[in-house]
Design a protein around this ligand. Structure first.
Ligand code: C2E
Ligand code: MG
Ligand code: MG
Length: 618
């Protein structure tokens, strides 16, 4: 301060506390630095939606520089992937709640679409008026892609890239709903490759994979857009054929699928070839069915296609299925029958027609039903096919048959017994073990008194395994026959690979051979094969003397059939065997040294065991 003369007199100091301002500065500085360095993109707009600031990350993510963005509307980022409703809802939330959070697909400056996770907040003043909007976002495109990958893995088969079981279920549901709505049927085709196991075994698993991929691609190519081809796993596929004008119109498509599957695939300079068995079920049906049932029906039909010779399709017949189910006894009743001793065996002799020797007896199961009387196996065995009960029943049959052999022996009748074994039973992991156990329970019976007739050979999935089982059984002394030989598709393969002693020519050929030259030709062919492969042949279904005579002329001496004896209760067998004489016409027929005679005795058979008395390694 100055005095009157202008000289400095006093000093007055004023202090002001500016901590607040400093702190505010610091805060601003901090805010600015967050703004600049944030890993999130930040975009600030005025209340009317013009961009007033963006940060560096915004530029990095969107490709728009700050200068380019300022003054523009955030619409510049629109990808076109969201409809106006989406934006309307977003604005509604913003106005009402003051913030919005969610995922948006946007477009970068270079045109690329990207996904961002975004929070938008309204900045309001003391009066509650919105001054700005602040949007924070991050690029979640990589996350989205990962999500997509995971989804793909969950819904597609890794090897063939076809939809898997999960996605198939989904598509099938949709397709069924659509078929209902539009009134156009759909077909579910269950496909199983024939002979794929062999490819794996001979070419190796990599080659098997290659084949699966090639076949999958080809089959997919013959389907129409909108149809689905899915892989259930292994060599099983399902095709869903949509919008069929009528059921008949699926036939050309099925034919194309068969064709696509049967085309050879070049692997390691060799041609690998499989075929497909297809089972088809249509939807809708007269009765309501769900997707699972539909698949099961198609699977069942596929099995029929296999049994009928493979490389073909079989159409599930709902009508037939209902009537068959109506005739069949149910599983629990059959289990009860087994436990309550309602099952019994009848025996049908196998004989040498020329010499009159009884060479064995085939055990055939029957059910003495308390209400319905004596039921044939066709009424109840199909119900338990592929069910563990079938193996249980099978073991009961072997056990009972062995007990019967013992009883006959005590009565002075010394003959082997044949028991039928289904493919499924034979493929049980413990089959050989259990068979040994059953034999051990009847120590008085030599194993060669038991023969096993293998049924449904075409259902043998793993030939190598079946071979091992049969060899193990043969080593024990139990010999095998191929039942119903000549039916089914791969009989020759089985004949070559399986160690069987005996072929039973299917009764259909024998029955019709006198009228049908084709059946006669098959019969002659089978007899020729039997000689070439040194197998014993038994003709089934010899219904008349004339059949026997003709067979003898062809050189086949061993036979079974109503013309010799019908299956009979065990108690009748001894009496029958004492009185039976072959027809004089047969005895008169010259000894042809035929097939039967050539390999007539068990001990000479290629795969049967040595007599029980011989040392194990003679
Ligand atoms: P399969 O093993 O081929 O048995 C022969 C079938 O032909 C028997 O029918 C027998 O009664 C019948 N048969 C015999 N001679 C003649 C003839 O001259 N003319 C005609 N038309 N038929 C004749 P069955 O007893 O009804 O058995 C049918 C099938 O059921 C058997 O065919 C076999 O596949 C199966 N089977 C029977 N018992 C068992 C069993 O214990 N276990 C298993 N897994 N299957 C069995
Ligand atoms: Mg049989
Ligand atoms: Mg048979």
């Amino acid at each position: 301060m100055h005095d009157d003369h202008g000289r400095l007199s006093n000093f007055i100091g004023i202090m002001r506390d500016i901590t607040d301002r400093k702190q505010a500065d610091e805060k601003l500085h901090l805010a600015a630095s967050v703004f600049t360095h944030a890993r999130e993109g930040i975009l600030i707009t005025s209340a009317d939606g013009k961009i007033i600031d963006v940060n560096e990350t915004f530029t990095r993510i969107t490709g728009y520089s700050r200068e380019e963005a300022l003054g523009k509307n955030p619409h510049i980022l629109n990808s076109g992937r969201h409809d106006p409703d989406f934006y309307a809802a977003m604005w509604r939330d913003l106005v009402r709640d003051g913030h919005w959070y969610g995922e948006i697909w946007n477009r970068r400056k270079n045109g690329e679409i990207f996904a961002m996770m975004q929070t938008i907040s309204a900045v309001r003043d003391a009066q509650g008026n919105t001054r700005q909007y602040v949007a924070l976002f991050s690029d979640v495109t990589p996350l989205k892609e990962h999500e997509k990958q995971l989804e793909h893995i969950a819904h597609y088969d890794a090897l063939t890239n076809l939809p898997n079981r999960v996605l198939l279920a989904d598509r099938l549901h949709q397709a069924m709903a659509q078929a209902q709505r539009r009134g156009t049927p759909l077909a579910t085709a269950y496909l199983d490759l024939d002979g794929f196991k062999t490819i794996n075994d001979t070419f190796g698993h990599d080659a098997g994979d290659q084949l699966l991929m090639a076949v999958a691609t080809r089959m997919k190519d013959v389907l129409r857009e909108g149809d689905t081809l899915a892989r259930l796993g292994g060599d099983e596929f399902v095709a869903v054929l949509l919008d069929l004008p009528d059921i008949q119109s699926s036939v050309p498509m099925l034919a194309r699928l068969l064709d696509a599957a049967a085309h050879p695939v070049r692997i390691d300079k060799r041609d690998a070839r499989v075929s497909a068995s297809i089972g088809v079920a249509f939807y809708p049906q007269t009765e309501e069915v769900d997707a699972d049932q539909l698949l099961r029906q198609a699977d069942q039909a596929m099995y029929r296609a296999k049994l009928a010779g493979k490389n073909r399709y079989h159409i599930f017949d709902a009508e037939e299925d209902r009537s068959v189910r109506g005739h069949h006894e149910d599983l629990e009743r059959i289990r009860g029958a087994l436990n309550d001793n309602e099952l019994l065996l009848h025996y049908q002799p196998k004989v040498n027609m020329r010499t009159g020797a009884i060479i064995g007896a085939e055990a055939l199961v029957r059910w003495h039903h308390p209400q319905k009387g004596l039921l044939p196996p066709s009424v109840f065995l199909p119900v338990i096919e592929n069910h563990p009960l079938a193996s249980e029943l099978g073991e009961w049959v072997i056990d009972s048959a062995l007990a019967q052999v013992a009883r006959w022996r005590r009565a002075g009748l010394d003959i082997p017994v044949s028991v039928n074994v289904g493919a499924h039973q034979l493929q049980q992991p413990e089959f050989v073990e259990r068979l040994r156990g059953l034999l051990a329970a009847h120590p008085e019976i030599a194993p060669r008194h038991l023969e096993l007739e293998v049924l449904e050979t075409s259902a043998l999935e793993d030939l190598a395994h079946a071979c091992r089982v049969m060899e193990a059984c043969a080593a024990t002394g139990v010999a095998f026959a191929l039942d119903d030989f000549g039916t089914g598709y791969s009989s020759l393969t089985y004949l070559k690979r399986l160690p069987v002693a005996q072929l039973k020519i299917d009764q259909s050929f024998v029955r019709d051979m006198l009228e049908d030259p084709d059946d006669m030709a098959i019969l002659k062919g089978v007899l020729g094969l039997a000689v070439a492969f040194r197998r014993q042949v038994v003709a089934e279904g010899v219904e008349t003397v004339a059949h026997g005579t003709k067979l003898l002329q062809l050189g086949c001496e061993l036979a079974q059939g109503y013309g010799i004896a019908r299956p009979m209760p065990a108690g009748d067998f001894v009496g029958w065997s004492a009185s039976w004489r072959p027809d004089p016409a047969w005895q008169a027929s010259p000894d042809m040294h035929g097939i039967g005679a050539m390999h007539g005795r068990q001990g000479e058979l290629p795969f049967s065991a040595p007599p029980a008395t011989a040392p194990a390694h003679s």
